[in-house]
Design a protein around this ligand. Structure first.
Ligand SMILES: [Zn+2]
Length: 87
């Protein structure tokens, strides 16, 4: 891939499918690559990203626990102190 090709692609966050209805999905979506026209090229279903602060978590085994912690304790009150969402 050339440099000019890479520049045309941009990361974004796409809405989850309608099967994901938990509250945390209002804050999270799947990271995706779009081209310069806004067409979605690739969706990373193994990861989830916060729409506000763009923190990204692994989404293996469909666990929403990380997302729920981030959603409920966005300023780091979740215990580990590593959630720094500016939502
Ligand atoms: Zn956030």
């Amino acid at each position: 891939m050339s440099c000019s090709e890479a520049k045309k692609k941009v990361l974004t966050i796409v809405d989850p499918s309608k099967s994901h209805t938990a509250d945390c999905w209002k804050r999270f979506g799947f990271p995706a690559v779009i081209d310069q026209h806004g067409n979605v090229m690739k969706i990373f279903h193994n990861f989830v990203s916060c729409r506000k602060c763009f923190i990204t978590y692994s989404f293996k085994s469909n666990s929403t626990s990380q997302m729920n912690k981030h959603y409920r304790f966005p300023t780091g009150r979740g215990g580990a102190g590593r959630w720094r969402c500016m939502c």
